[in-house]
Design a protein around this ligand. Structure first.
Ligand SMILES: *Cc1c(COP(=O)(O)O)cnc(C)c1O
Length: 501
């Protein structure tokens, strides 16, 4: 299987190089030359498999240049039982007969990013080893909150790698921030950036495509790579849990064999929902992909009108990992919608860069709407969804998942589509305890509690245990203090890598 770029369809690279490199030289994203299919008998066979075996099956269809034995050990190492709290890895909870929640937050940092970031370092270092590449891999990450911590955990002390994470100062939750600035490991760096997530992401992308910077790094025996969801090595492990969910739902008789179901995905950078799109195109009978946004509802408008317009107010919300106005992975979907015309992608992305906006042609819009439905939840609606879900089902959701729940209800009301639905739950409620408690108890009840008291309160209310890695934060020293502006990012990277002057 070869990979091409969304901005250069003549490119032909194998998956090891694609994963090592992260983003294509001309700025496009890597995509597989075709999407492999799972047959009905493949799916039947997978019923008897555990999550690791299913992951192996899906990965081996996309990553054909990795040897079977390498992929086996990679999957084993990533989804170890001491890394994930539950043997199912991605358990599914039925709220009622129609709505299922797939919990993707049982990994070491309690958000769904672990599903991919526990495996990406193994994919990358194996690729480097097998291609005889002895350059040190420097991972640059822009995070809206959860990717940073998950990437730090995934890459910490991994030989031959270094990781630098930039997060928007004031743009992440207190727990998310603490998780990052207390990160231990001999090869990890964390810096706050004055700006929002889009500034952070744009800054990192600029460094990635700066030829001079890349050359000077190579002279020092280093090369950049990306752990953001623009890296194909992040996306392909995410396809696994959609495949696995369908297999589980059929196995448990919640779905009939071949029965279509919808998925709801709380969306920011469009990586998670894109993985669902790929699963659908592999043959998993997914009906609508319901794209749930918060007040930064650029995607809702886009799906409804075909106009992507990022020139709008940016809001800091209680679902910070979705506070994004430029959804990078959308480019991969657009590539499929316009029949893989890379000139068309260059035009749209050029317009986005120059004027903050682009407009789909009618043909592509029809295809977009055939696959996706978009909705959003305001801050009040998000809180209401947390409260109502708690009262109706005795189930506690984090604010990102709650955005999805709100949009699911809207979708059912508006379309009368009664197909069964799976909502992906992207974070543990313990990552956002103040907002979750504010939703359920009201502001008054928690106003005098600090970060750690609210964890205790949430534990007794939800009858769940505080995740150990969050409880421990209280006693961890702060190890990372750097703060910089957009203009200082390249300088900061140089300095952290010891390449000054
Ligand atoms: C990253 C993240 C999202 C958004 O996922 P995308 O792949 O960027 O669309 C949603 N919820 C949580 C908790 C996240 O960490």
């Amino acid at each position: 299987m070869f990979y091409l770029s969304t901005r250069d369809s003549s490119l032909k690279m194998n998956s090891m190089d694609v994963i090592k490199q992260g983003i294509s030289r001309e700025g496009g994203l890597f995509v597989p030359e075709r999407i492999p299919r799972l047959t009905r008998s493949d799916m039947k066979e997978m019923e008897a498999m555990d999550y690791r075996q299913r992951a192996f099956k899906v990965l081996s269809l996309f990553l054909t240049d990795y040897s079977e034995s390498d992929l086996q050990s990679i999957v084993e190492a990533a989804y170890r039982s001491d890394n994930f709290e539950t043997p199912e890895i991605a358990p599914i909870i039925g709220l009622d007969n129609d709505l299922f929640v797939q919990e993707l937050w049982h990994g070491p940092t309690y958000a769904f990013k672990d599903m991919a970031l526990q495996i990406l370092p193994h994919l990358m270092t194996t690729a480097a080893l097998r291609t005889g590449d002895d350059k040190e891999i420097v991972i640059l990450v822009a995070t809206s909150g959860d990717t940073g911590k998950a990437a730090l955990e995934g890459f910490r002390d991994v030989n031959g790698t270094r990781i630098i994470v930039f997060y928007p100062h004031g743009g992440v939750s207190p727990i998310q921030k603490l998780q990052m600035v207390t990160q231990e490991g001999s090869n990890v760096h964390v810096a706050a950036l004055e700006g929002n997530f889009d500034d952070t992401q744009t800054g990192v992308k600029t460094i990635f495509t700066d030829r001079d910077f890349i050359d000077s790094l190579e002279k020092q025996g280093k090369r950049f790579s990306s752990a953001n969801s623009i890296n194909w090595g992040r996306l392909v492990p995410q396809i696994v849990y959609y495949v696995s969910a369908y297999i589980d739902l059929v196995k448990n008789k919640a779905l009939k064999d071949g029965e279509e179901f919808n998925v709801v995905v709380p969306t920011g950078n469009f990586g998670n929902i894109l993985a669902a799109y790929y699963a659908k195109n592999m043959g998993i009978p997914i009906g609508k992909l319901i794209c749930a946004s918060n007040s930064n509802n650029v995607l809702t408008d886009f799906i409804n009108t075909g106009i992507y317009d990022s020139r709008r107010d940016f809001y800091r919300t209680i679902s910070p990992s979705m506070d994004i106005l430029i959804s990078s992975n959308l480019e991969r979907l657009l590539f499929e919608l316009c029949d893989r015309e890379h000139q068309q992608i260059e035009k749209w992305m050029g317009n986005l860069k120059e004027s903050g906006k682009y407009v789909l042609d009618d043909q592509s819009l029809i295809k977009l709407q055939a696959n996706l439905w978009g909705g959003f939840a305001s801050e009040e609606e998000t809180l209401k969804a947390i409260r109502e879900t708690y009262h109706d089902y005795n189930y506690v959701m984090d604010p990102h998942t709650a955005v999805g729940k709100w949009v699911y209800d809207e979708y059912r009301k508006e379309t009368k589509d009664t197909r069964k639905t799976m909502l992906v739950s992207t974070a543990s409620p313990f990552k956002f305890p103040e907002d979750v408690l504010r939703a359920i108890l009201g502001q008054q009840d928690i106003k005098d509690q600090d970060e750690f008291q609210v964890l205790e309160t949430l534990a007794s209310l939800s009858k769940m245990e505080i995740p150990i890695g969050l409880k421990d934060l209280k006693d961890k020293p702060i190890l990372h203090h750097i703060k910089c502006s957009r203009n200082e990012m390249a300088y900061a990277v140089n300095k952290l890598l010891g390449l000054e002057g």
